[in-house]
Design a protein around this ligand. Structure first.
Ligand SMILES: [Zn+2]
Ligand SMILES: [Zn+2]
Length: 274
C-alpha cells in the first residue's frame, strides 16, 4: 500500500479524470497523500501540431484553484499537494507552457507557486532537443547523461521521475556502471548540499504508450540493471518516493511496484512530502 503517491495526471493534461474524481478515488483506495502532477508543457501530435495544456494564465490559475478547492474539501481525508511534471531540457532548463510562464512572471513565485515539482526526461522530448541542436546519434548518449545531471542539479526539482524512461527509449543498452556511478554521485552530492531531491519508483502499468520503457523489473538484462541502479542509490543513503503515474482511476491502483520487494526498502527509506 502506498502512503503517498507523488505522480498523478488529470484531465488538465493527458489524464482521463478530473481532479475531484482522482482525489475521491484516492480516498476510496485508502491512500493518505497525493501530489497532483499534470504535465507542464504540451507536445507535438502525430499530425505535427503543437498544443499546450496551459495555453494561458487563466487555465493555469484554474488548475491551482481546483487543487486548492480539493485541499479544503477533502483535507480531513487526504493530504493533497500541488505539483507539475516538468520536462528538463539538455541545458537543465524547464519546458513550460505559456500559461505557467505568465503566471510565474505575474506573481513572482518560486516553483510556479506549487508544492512539489517532478523533473523528467521523456525519450520523445529528448529526441526533439537533439534534433533542434543537430546532435547526431554518436553524441546522443553523452547528451542524455549531461541532461540527466543537469536535471538533478536543478534546485527547483524535488523528484527525478521515472529515471530510466529516456535511456530505455533511446538505447538498447542501459546506464553503464560508470554512468550509474556518475548519476548517483551527483544526486548524493546535491542532497548533501541541502537540495532535497529523490528518485521516484514509478509503478505505471497502464500507460497509453511505451509501457516497456518505464519499468519492467521482473525479467531481462536491461531491467535487472535498473534494480542494481536503485540498489546502489539506496546503499548510498538515497531516499525514494513512489508514483503511480496514473492517467486514469484504473491506473491508480493497478500498478507494478514489485521492485519494492527486491529492494527490501524500509519505511524510513521512503520520503513523504508534507
Ligand atoms: Zn502523461
Ligand atoms: Zn513522465
Amino acid at each position: 500500500m502506498i502512503n503517498q503517491d507523488v505522480q498523478v495526471h488529470t484531465s488538465f493534461s493527458d489524464g482521463l479524470n478530473s481532479i475531484q474524481e482522482v482525489v475521491e478515488a484516492f480516498i476510496g483506495a485508502g491512500i493518505k497523500s497525493v501530489v497532483i502532477t499534470d504535465h507542464a508543457k504540451g507536445w507535438k501530435t502525430k499530425e505535427d501540431k503543437t498544443f499546450e495544456f496551459f495555453p494561458n494564465i487563466e487555465r493555469f490559475e484554474d488548475y491551482i484553484n481546483q487543487i486548492n478547492f480539493a485541499k479544503k474539501k477533502y483535507g480531513r481525508f487526504i493530504n493533497i499537494l500541488s505539483g507539475l511534471e516538468v520536462e528538463i531540457n539538455i541545458e537543465g532548463k524547464p519546458k513550460l507552457d505559456q500559461g505557467v510562464l505568465d503566471y510565474t512572471n505575474k506573481h513572482g513565485v518560486k516553483k510556479y507557486g506549487l508544492d512539489v515539482l517532478l523533473g523528467s526526461i521523456h525519450s520523445e522530448s529528448f529526441e526533439e532537443d537533439c534534433h533542434e541542436r543537430n546532435i547526431d546519434h554518436s553524441r546522443k548518449r553523452n547528451f542524455l547523461i549531461e541532461n540527466t545531471l543537469n536535471l538533478i542539479k536543478n534546485k527547483e526539482i524535488d523528484v527525478f521521475a521515472h529515471p530510466f524512461q529516456a535511456v530505455h527509449g533511446q538505447f538498447s543498452s542501459n546506464f553503464t556502471q560508470e554512468e550509474t556511478d556518475l548519476i548517483i554521485d551527483t544526486i548524493i552530492k546535491e542532497q548533501l548540499s541541502g537540495h532535497k531531491i529523490f528518485i521516484e519508483i514509478n509503478g505505471k502499468r497502464y500507460p497509453m504508450y511505451e509501457q516497456w520503457s518505464y519499468n519492467k523489473y521482473e525479467k531481462g538484462e536491461l531491467e535487472t540493471h535498473d534494480v542494481i541502479f536503485l540498489h546502489l542509490y539506496k546503499m548510498r543513503g538515497g531516499k525514494f518516493v513512489l508514483g503511480s503515474d496514473a492517467h486514469s482511476i484504473r491506473g491508480l491502483t493497478e500498478t507494478d511496484f514489485s521492485v519494492l520487494d527486491r529492494l527490501s526498502l524500509k519505511e524510513s527509506e521512503i520520503f513523504t512530502f508534507s
